[in-house]
Write a protein that binds this ligand. Structure first.
Ligand SMILES: [Zn+2]
Length: 209
């Protein structure tokens, strides 16, 4: 696995480093720079703040977050390659789920945001079924929408089960990643990326002064 301060490479795809403390927060962190002005992006270049660039990214995210097994994800990616339009629609749906989820994580009292998230999560919940085993586990349907359903199910669990009062937003430039910080001691998403950048900037500031 190759990696950078902000990202890791999984199955040949670049994904954000998981720093959120919950897969649902890490999913929100597949985009950075929320609310900041868009940078100038040369024509044809992808938006560097967007990690969720294809259906495959959604599927591999779900695998890396432990929501789906590797064999299923490989099969889904093969199937998605034969149905590009469906894959494109599911990517758009994943991005919408992501922004709705972020809104609720940041303001769980926002009724409109909660209703919108609920509407997006409901189809996934309808597909939930228990799989028998020593420890039965929940699984979602078998269609191309499986990664999205698995993520929606995790999102549903996060907004009811995680300590939302401890959700913090990284103040790093072009970051805005969310992470759980129950002890209230963490300022940055990661000391390797935003924390380090701030340290370097503060040092340069002192040198100037
Ligand atoms: Zn950050």
């Amino acid at each position: 696995m190759v990696e950078g301060p902000h990202w890791i490479e999984v199955r040949g795809l670049v994904l954000p480093r998981p720093v959120g403390g919950h897969p649902a927060l890490d999913f929100v962190n597949t985009r950075s720079g929320w609310g900041e002005p868009a940078p100038a992006i040369p024509d044809g270049e992808p938006d560097p703040r967007e990690f969720l660039r294809s259906y495959d990214h959604v599927a591999v995210f779900a695998e890396h977050a432990g929501l789906l097994d590797a064999a299923s994800v490989a099969a889904l990616r093969r199937r998605a390659a034969t149905r590009p339009r469906d894959a494109e629609d599911l990517l758009a749906a994943a991005r919408e789920l992501r922004s709705r989820l972020r809104a609720v994580l940041l303001d769980p009292r926002d009724q409109r945001a909660v209703r919108a998230l609920s509407r997006l999560v409901q189809p996934a919940l309808a597909q939930l079924h228990l799989v028998p085993g020593d420890q039965p586990r929940w699984d979602v349907g078998g269609g191309l929408d499986r990664p999205l359903s698995a993520i929606a199910w995790t999102a549903a669990q996060a907004v009811t089960g995680a300590d939302l009062a401890s959700v913090h937003t990284c103040p790093g430039h072009d970051c805005g990643w969310l992470f759980l910080d129950p002890r209230g001691r963490r300022r940055w998403c990661s000391m390797r990326s935003c924390g380090n950048r701030a340290k370097v900037a503060a040092h340069a500031e002192r040198q100037r002064a």
